[in-house]
Every structure is written in structure tokens, then in C-alpha cells.
Design a protein around this ligand. Structure first.
Ligand code: SF4
Ligand code: SF4
Length: 443
């Protein structure tokens, strides 16, 4: 990174040189910033350099007018909550879920609150899993962004275009936590010089480094055959402890459901980008409003499931009002949760293929046979945490696993420097109570 700044020339880095030539190297999440002239602000904007994600601590009070309350279990994990988390459904068919993200973005465009929206579309119709950022100005553009892309997506790659386009004064940015952090940094915002900026975030964890890695995960990890691969439209780790693979054949959807416990452990490391192993922003702390799914009770499949909506500040409230008034977002009720989650989170960390590999244990080449995996999934679903508490399980598991990964990469001081306060206090709580975790930490 110092090269870029020393020469004073903001020279965009070519995507083909990822990750070696990118300032955050292998921990770069390919957010797109460095592929534009905004690369000049990388040192103070990147979610992985220097203080990295611990910048969330100082940005929260600026963007949301206060910090999250660490005394509250929900806020310490979900971030600043302007009101209770809601269960909603969008109205956009053809999305991965009910299309809550697309619905809100569409309402923002159609009401002319914004002139354009940055979102992620697919590179082409026949490769729906390959992400590509677009500037959407019409409904038609925006609908190209439907569906979740499971690999790293350079959302910020279009910043120069945004800056040069005089017709864009008010902008909606849709993105994941690491991209939102770079986008919201002071120097990037100043240089863009827009009148109004809105940020619609999604929850995000464990992205694949490349479309090829997600294809490998689908085929080798989930056991989807090469012929069937073409029909895969997305997959998610769901609340019933199964991965749901959504397939579309001749216009109709079907689902394969594979228990977590049946996945081979040795596919984990290659399937997850190093950036995502050093990420502490699952719930997108700096967005005005966030759409997720982990905290919602489970219906049969993704198309019918509620999604969660987290409103963080006045702008988020404004977006919510615009979308509901336009009839694009249906609100059901306040999200709730029950059941303890901490033991499950620790067990998941200790059985994790990434952690096993790190401490020199050979991860399993095969998971449980599907019949057994299904029984275990059912049992765990029955006794395990539900609703928002399931989300807490998942958040804590990722924080703990990523803490251990970061320790391995940067040692104790480096890890503390990069970890936001909320993540540090969650880790402390667990280390106090769970000997198994302390043992892994000390290895
Ligand atoms: Fe640049 Fe973004 Fe990678 Fe950081 S994460 S090095 S800002 S492209
Ligand atoms: Fe970015 Fe974190 Fe999502 Fe990875 S998991 S893409 S680092 S927000």
C-alpha cells in the first residue's frame, strides 16, 4: 500500500493481480475499492488493514448517533438497533429469498429518493453465481441483482463511474459489511461528494474466494453432480442445521437439503476466503438498514421464509417507510428467540475443519452418512436455539472461529488491534467459561 501512496498517483489495481498486488494481500475481500482511483484512500478505508474492523467502534456513533450497548446480548451481536428486529417478506419473485433487498431498493428508485443504486448482478445469465457490480437506474437494471452470490464481489468497483456521472446526486449502496465499511469511510464519502447516501446491508459470512471455489464446494462439499450444477441458483446454511441448495429446472424450484454434519471437514478451508476468516462484521454494523435470515424461524424453503430486518438509524427508518408504503415490503411481527446457544457455538468451533487444520489435526474427508446426519440435524434443531438465538449461535461461532484464525495470523496484539470491542468482549466471556476453547487458543 505504501507504494501507492508514495507516488501520490491513485493507480487502480488490476483484478487479475488479486490478491498478491492488493494492499491487504490474501486477506483482501476484493471489495472493489482498489480497482478504482479511490485506492488512494485504502489505508484509512480498508476493513483489513491496520485497525481494520475495529474502526466500527468509532464509526458507529458517527453514523447511528450512538454505540451499540454491550450490556445487551442482542445489541452486542446484531449492532445498533433503532427498534426491535422485524420479520418481513419482500415481494420480488425470482430472488433467492422473498427479495426483501430488491424490494427496498426498488422502492427507493421508484420513489425517486435515489437516482441510482449500486448492487451486485450476475456476470451472465448462464453463470448466475459469478458476481458483478452494477449501477442500477431502472427497475430492469435492478432486477438483474436478484439472488445471493456466494463468492467475493467487488461492489465498489463502480465508484469512479458514480463520481463522474452528474445525474447521480442521491445514491443507494447495497453491500456486505466489509464493502460498506470502505464505502462509508470519511475520505471516500468526501471525494464522492454526493447529496444523500443510503446504505442497505446484508448479513454476510463465509464467502468463497472465487466462483470456482464455490463451484467446488457445491460439487465436492455438497455432492451435487456436474449435470445438476447448472441448475443451482444458490445455497444457504439454514436454521435446521442443513445446507439448502436451491435448484431451478424448467422454471420451477426444488431444494436439496444436506445436513451440516454430513459435509466433509476438509473442504472448509478452501471454500472460505481468508478475508471472511478475519471478519467480525457478520451483521453489517455500519449499514442504515440490514436484511438477514438467520434470526427468522424456518418455513419449508427459502422462497417462503421470513427475512429479518434491522433498522439502525433515521435513514434506515426512512427506507423502511418508503418500502412499506409502496407495498413492496410486508411486515409480520417482531423477531424473537429462545434457547441457549453458547454450548452449541463452542462445539461447532471445536469440530470446524478450518480450526482442525490450523491445530494440525486432519479434518474429516467425509461427514456423517446422510441418514445419520439428518437424524442429528433433527435432534439439534429440536433441542437447539431458535429464532434470534439461533442467529446468536451463528454469530458467536463465527466470532470465535475467526478470533482463533486471527491469533494464528497476527498474534495477540495484532488480533486485538483489528477486533471491534463487541467481538473482544464476546470472546472473553467464552474463554472464561470454556476450557476446550482455551486449550485450542493455547495450541
Ligand atoms: Fe482494497 Fe478492498 Fe481489498 Fe482492502 S479489501 S485491499 S480496500 S480491495
Ligand atoms: Fe466481507 Fe465479511 Fe462478508 Fe467476507 S464475510 S465478504 S469479509 S463481510
Amino acid at each position: 500500500s505504501s507504494n501507492i501512496l508514495l507516488h501520490g498517483q491513485p493507480t487502480p489495481i488490476d483484478a487479475k493481480d488479486w490478491p498478491q498486488k492488493f494492499p491487504a494481500k490474501e486477506h483482501c475481500s476484493k471489495c472493489g475499492l482498489c480497482e478504482t482511483s479511490f485506492v488512494q484512500y485504502v489505508e484509512t478505508s480498508c476493513a483489513f488493514l491496520k485497525e481494520g474492523m475495529s474502526n466500527i467502534d468509532s464509526l458507529e456513533p458517527i453514523l447511528h448517533k450512538r454505540s451499540r450497548n454491550l450490556e445487551n446480548d442482542y445489541e452486542s451481536r446484531f449492532g445498533v438497533l433503532d427498534q426491535d428486529i422485524l420479520l418481513v417478506k419482500g415481494t420480488q419473485n425470482g430472488s433467492q429469498w422473498t427479495g426483501a433487498v430488491t424490494s427496498i431498493a426498488l422502492a427507493m428508485l421508484e420513489s425517486k429518493t435515489v437516482d441510482a443504486a449500486i448492487c451486485i448482478a450476475s456476470k451472465s445469465d448462464d453463470n448466475t453465481l459469478e458476481p458483478q457490480p452494477i449501477i442500477a437506474k431502472t427497475k430492469q437494471d435492478l432486477l438483474k441483482g436478484r439472488g445471493v452470490k456466494p463468492s467475493l464481489a467487488p461492489s465498489l468497483k463502480v465508484l469512479d463511474e458514480i463520481k463522474q456521472d452528474e445525474s447521480i446526486r442521491n445514491l443507494l449502496f447495497c453491500g456486505v459489511g466489509c464493502a460498506v465499511q470502505a464505502f462509508r469511510s470519511e475520505l471516500v464519502q468526501k471525494d464522492l461528494g454526493l447529496d444523500n447516501v443510503y446504505v442497505l446491508g446484508t448479513n454476510c459470512a463465509d464467502n468463497s474466494p472465487t466462483p470456482q471455489a464455490s463451484q467446488d464446494f457445491i460439487q465436492k462439499g455438497l455432492g451435487i453432480s456436474e449435470e445438476d450444477y447448472e441448475s443451482v441458483k444458490g445455497y444457504e446454511f439454514m436454521q435446521d442445521f442443513k445446507v439448502h441448495v436451491k435448484k431451478e429446472t424448467e422454471g420451477s424450484n426444488s431444494y436439496d437439503k444436506i445436513p451440516y454434519f454430513s459435509l466433509p471437514g476438509n473442504i472448509a478451508r478452501a471454500s472460505i476466503a481468508s478475508s471472511c476468516l478475519s471478519c467480525f462484521d457478520y451483521t453489517n454494523s455500519l449499514a442504515d438498514i440490514v436484511v438477514g435470515y438467520m434470526g427468522a424461524l424456518l418455513a419449508d424453503d427459502m422462497d417462503n421464509n421470513y427475512q429479518t430486518l434491522t433498522i439502525r438509524n433515521q435513514k434506515g427508518k426512512e427506507m423502511f417507510d418508503i418500502a412499506t408504503k409502496a407495498g413492496k415490503l410486508n411486515v409480520y411481527e417482531t423477531a424473537t428467540g429462545k434457547g441457549s446457544w453458547k454450548d452449541f457455538a463452542v462445539q461447532t468451533v471445536l469440530a470446524d475443519g478450518v480450526i482442525e487444520e490450523m491445530i494440525g489435526k486432519q479434518p474429516k474427508e467425509q461427514g456423517m452418512p446422510p441418514a445419520v446426519g439428518n437424524i442429528v440435524a433433527k435432534l439439534v434443531q429440536y433441542i437447539g436455539p431458535k429464532g434470534l438465538n439461533f442467529a446468536e449461535y451463528s454469530i458467536d461461532y463465527h466470532i470465535l472461529r475467526n478470533y482463533l484464525y486471527c491469533l494464528d495470523q497476527w498474534g495477540e496484539n495484532g488480533t486485538e488491534r483489528k477486533m471491534p470491542q463487541y467481538a473482544q468482549s464476546i470472546v472473553k466471556e467464552y474463554l472464561k467459561d470454556y476450557e476446550g476453547l482455551r486449550t485450542v487458543r493455547d495450541k
